[in-house]
Ligand binder design. Structure first.
Ligand code: IMP
Ligand code: MG
Length: 177
């Protein structure tokens, strides 16, 4: 028995991911034209997406990161989200774009958006690499997204299973999920 599951199939190839990130980066650049944007990444999953996105943006970009506590979900109950590492700097008066790897139930992002909104940003948006709307429990406004995905556990492009597979350039479904 293998201790780690294997890849079942690739949902989006590295080329497809790169192409889509370029398209979304163009949308974001248009949206923030003439302004500076601060990208806020959620460690660790969004790091790969955030850096790929940031390199494609044509507006001035600042970046900052926060980390949330491990998502504990006994018996499917939504876990409590808590900030384990906060931003380095204030976001007051800034145009802030929260960058996530995936929006699933929506609990994580709803908490983060509420928390960030309380810090007085000039504007606050949400950009996600993956969106799994079929599992949404709380509604959150997704301003920019790269891909809608089916109800299967995925890895790659920052997404992990037991901290593995984050470095895959493609997005894949695991064999047993
Ligand atoms: P939400 O609060 O249910 O929207 O959960 C989002 C968090 O769960 C994400 O930030 C991921 O860290 C994790 N997650 C949800 N689905 C997957 C998946 O398919 N692969 C890897 N991590 C996932
Ligand atoms: Mg995450």
């Amino acid at each position: 028995m293998s201790p780690e599951p294997n890849i079942e199939r690739i949902l989006f190839t590295e080329a497809q991911v790169e192409q889509r990130i370029a398209e979304v980066a163009a949308d974001i650049s248009r949206h923030y034209a003439g302004r500076e944007v601060k990208l806020i990444g959620v460690l660790k999953g969004s790091v790969f997406f955030l850096t790929a996105l940031a390199r494609r943006l044509t507006v001035p970009v600042r970046i900052d990161f926060l980390a949330i506590s491990p998502f504990v979900s006994p018996k499917g109950a939504p876990g409590v989200v808590r900030i384990a590492k906060d931003l380095d700097d204030s976001i007051e008066g800034e145009h802030v774009l929260l960058v996530e790897d995936i929006v699933d139930t929506g609990f994580t992002v709803r908490y983060l958006l509420q928390n960030l909104a309380g810090r007085g940003p000039e504007s606050l948006g949400l950009c996600t690499l993956l969106d799994r709307t079929t599992r949404r429990i709380v509604q959150v406004p997704v301003d920019f997204r790269c891909f809608e995905i089916p109800d299967r556990f995925v890895v790659g492009c920052g997404l992990d299973f037991k901290q593995l597979y984050r470095n895959l350039g493609y997005i894949a479904v695991l064999k047993h999920d």
